[in-house]
Design a binder for this molecule. Structure first.
Ligand code: ADP
Length: 548
């Protein structure tokens, strides 16, 4: 005996029990495919999640078995978030927006034994059912009231068991859930989150500089529950007793704005493209939706442009910036303004808010650069100073950072010999620990031996009054290796020429950094989680004629 504290495991059953006993009356709101609203509470959720755990155990679920889910953001999915891990299984949230063949490949790689699926998504399943071999497919009646023949009914399973359920022995380092990266820069890789990681991450979500989430909040995750567990919100909200509003498949700007007003949401989260579309709707419909007191909008996945932050402020939507990855559960850094900045001029405050913030507690970050010029793989690297100027690749470690990808030995090089994860993101850090992402290493435009940040260019472009969206990519160039091409979506009823946009950028960038080509599109292609799909643009314009 060391004579210190109890060895109390950090596992999800403790959060589930707590929600049922401490927050039974806190409401859970969820939207159905027909847009009607269903209201439940943590008390009911608690009993149903326990029943699901009992039902999965009765079906033969063994500790560590993967149970796939293909579901929208709704209460049934929340039940799965707890019911499966509390029975000792691992809930693998499948990204329903991927191509059916990709979904099948990921489910096979993960070795998923069972599938929980929304009835409305069965047509997607039909497209890949020949390529997978789930032992049982359990259909959740989300849009309709009946379950087609040949499938197990979720509701029948739940009524077929007793709510008296004994949790199996769970070690805090056992797997609880699993996500694959969204594949923005390459093929998807699997990450298994331990109970311990999810519990500690939930505490982190309560911090003011992160979500600042508590029982007095109403939280709307626009981010899908299959994208890094909707950024950990379902686990954190259940632990902290926050009221949840789950939007189902309706994530268009009007539906989200309407829900934010009618359900008096206090915290919402989503990638910048969601908020760009919402800003557009707000500006086109002055006075239609009002947010007073202001809403905390947690935004990450890519960098929100300063102009977006500034303009949303006017509507009472205050962006709080967060950087993270599927591999980091996902919170890595967050922040905003420090107390001593309160009397800084506005433009400096916005500059700070556009940074990615500082590392969350117990998350450690260092910026690394290969020694000597060039970026040769395997070369010895050294840490760069935190001076706000010198760039390096973010390496990260902490209790909710993945130690490996699931069965991907070819990816072992992403972890350093001394135990840090190589993120592939290039950033600067200043003396106060603020991180500023320059770009993903793969997205930096490599021009004549110099690097150009595509993020800085596109965010500056989105500050032009005529520009709704902008995405900058490096395109092969016979002389310079790559040169920047800017794809631009103009706001309805506005005009801007390439010359005008170049002149606008020239106010803040050196000549050699300016895009040499501008293309005007109706929409920028998106990834399955709503980020700009740079791979698609690079392919589309790969043979750009620089002489024209
Ligand atoms: P994918 O790499 O497939 O997009 P993730 O959704 O896990 O999968 O994305 C993580 C990446 O998203 C990070 O490595 C980083 O490049 C980018 N990212 C996340 N948050 C931010 C942010 N606030 N600012 C800039 N980039 C971000």
């Amino acid at each position: 005996m060391r004579g210190t504290m109890m060895d109390f495991p950090l596992t999800l059953p403790t959060i589930l029990e707590r929600s049922g006993r401490i927050f039974p009356r806190v409401e859970l709101v969820s939207r159905k495919p027909d847009k009607s609203i269903v209201r439940s509470c943590y008390g009911t959720f608690y009993r149903r999640a326990r029943r699901l755990a009992a039902a999965m155990t009765k079906l033969g679920l063994q500790s560590g078995d993967r149970v796939a889910s293909m579901m929208w953001n709704h209460i049934g999915h929340l039940e799965a978030f707890f019911g499966v891990p509390c029975a000792g299984g691992i809930l693998h949230t499948l990204n329903l927006r991927l191509h059916p063949q990709e979904i099948a490949g990921i489910a096979k790689h993960a070795g998923d034994r069972f599938l929980l699926i929304d009835d409305v998504l069965l047509p997607v399943y039909e497209k890949f059912r020949e390529d997978v071999s789930f032992e049982r497919v359990i259909v959740v009646p989300y849009g309709f009231n009946s379950v087609p023949e040949g499938f197990l009914s979720y509701e029948e399973l739940l009524t077929g068991v007793s709510a008296e359920f004994q949790y199996p022995a769970i070690d805090e380092n056992d797997g609880a859930s699993m996500c694959f990266t969204s594949g923005t820069t390459g093929c998807s890789k699997g990450v298994i989150y331990s109970h311990r990681a999810l519990v500690l991450h939930s505490f982190c979500c309560g911090l003011v500089e992160v979500f600042g989430m508590s029982q007095s909040d109403t939280v709307l995750p626009v981010a899908p529950m299959f994208h890094a567990n909707a950024w950990g919100i379902p686990f954190a909200a259940t632990m902290l007793g926050a009221r949840l509003v789950l939007p189902g498949p309706h994530v268009d700007p009007e539906s989200i704005l309407e829900l934010m007003v009618s359900e008096r949401v206090t915290i919402a989260c989503g990638v910048p493209t969601v908020w760009i579309a919402i800003l557009d709707a707000l500006e086109k419909n002055p006075g239609r939706w009002k947010f007073d007191p202001p809403i905390r909008v947690v935004c990450g996945g890519t960098a929100p442009p300063v102009e977006l932050i500034r303009r949303l402020d006017r509507f009472g939507l205050q962006i709080k910036h967060l950087w993270g990855m599927t591999e980091t559960t996902p919170i890595g850094t967050s922040g905003g303004l420090r107390a001593y900045m309160s009397d800084w001029p506005d433009h400096k405050k916005y500059e700070v808010r556009a940074k990615q913030g500082w590392p969350a507690p117990f998350v450690e970050i260092r910026l690394m650069r290969p020694e000597g010029p060039g970026t040769v793989e395997g070369k010895k690297s050294c840490e760069v100073p935190w001076d706000g100027v010198t760039t390096g690749e973010i390496e990260i470690r902490g209790p909710w950072v993945a130690a490996s990808y699931y069965e991907s030995p070819d990816q072992a090089h992403r972890w350093t010999a001394d135990g840090w994860f190589r993120t592939g993101d290039v950033a600067t850090m200043d003396e106060d620990g603020y991180v500023k992402i320059v770009d993903r290493a793969k997205d930096l435009v490599k021009s004549g031996g110099e690097w150009i940040s595509s993020v800085d260019l596109e965010n500056a472009l989105m500050g032009h009054p005529a520009v709704k969206e902008a995405c900058v990519v490096g395109i092969p160039h016979p002389r310079w290796q790559e040169r920047p091409l800017a794809a631009v979506v103009l706001k309805d009823g506005t005009q801007a020429s390439p010359e005008e946009l170049r002149a606008f950028l020239a106010e803040s960038f050196a000549r050699w950094q300016l895009p040499d080509a501008f293309v005007f599109l109706d929409a920028i292609p998106r990834t399955s989680v709503g980020k700009f799909k740079k791979i698609a643009l690079r392919e589309q314009f790969a043979n750009w004629n620089w002489d024209s």
